[in-house]
Design a protein around this ligand. Structure first.
Ligand SMILES: [Zn+2]
Length: 170
């Protein structure tokens, strides 16, 4: 049977007070990396480290910070994410950023679910569809069921894009 607490005791002892500070004030990636040994940055938002769950000296743990702020990890020796975080005194939920309604979130950067440029691109494309449909109507061209359906899709997507941008629409 696995005994994460026992395993965690020797290599990570003496860090408890330091770690509890990090756990409450830092991002999930910082909380995890600060508890690992042999951490080596391998790219933008990616690291390798010794896996605390199976005790090998090789850097068999791959870590990645997702765009959402969540921390993804994979042990090439086969340890589960649960075993890895358990071995350093964390829980799976510690790999994810606080929810927006979490008090810890207050005062952090303004929430922007989607980059404005993406929203503008989406609206711009759909606006072109609407403009073409409008031009066809003004010119008295026949308007097929397909055209009507596509126009409805465009209207829906524009509204969805406005929602994503946090804008109200009537
Ligand atoms: Zn492992």
């Amino acid at each position: 049977m696995m005994a994460p607490q026992q395993k965690a005791a020797s290599p990570w002892r003496g860090q408890a007070a330091y770690n509890s500070t990090i756990k409450s004030n830092h991002s999930p990636i910082d909380a995890l990396l600060s508890r690992l040994e042999g951490v080596k940055r391998t790219g933008s938002g990616t690291w390798r480290a010794r896996c605390p769950a199976h005790g090998s000296k090789s850097l068999s743990l791959a870590i990645r910070e997702a765009d959402t702020g969540a921390t993804l990890l994979h042990c090439f020796a086969g340890c589960t994410a649960h075993e890895v975080v358990g071995a350093v005194g964390l829980e799976i939920t510690d790999l994810f950023p606080p929810r927006p309604d979490d008090p810890a979130y207050v005062g952090k950067a303004e929430r922007r679910p989607f980059p404005a440029a993406d929203i503008l691109r989406a609206i711009g494309f759909e606006a072109t569809i609407v403009a073409l449909a409008g031009a066809a109507i003004i010119a008295g061209e026949p308007f097929s069921q397909f055209d009507k359906d596509r126009l409805l899709v465009a209207v829906g997507r524009i509204n969805a894009a406005l929602d994503a941008g946090g804008l109200n629409h009537g």
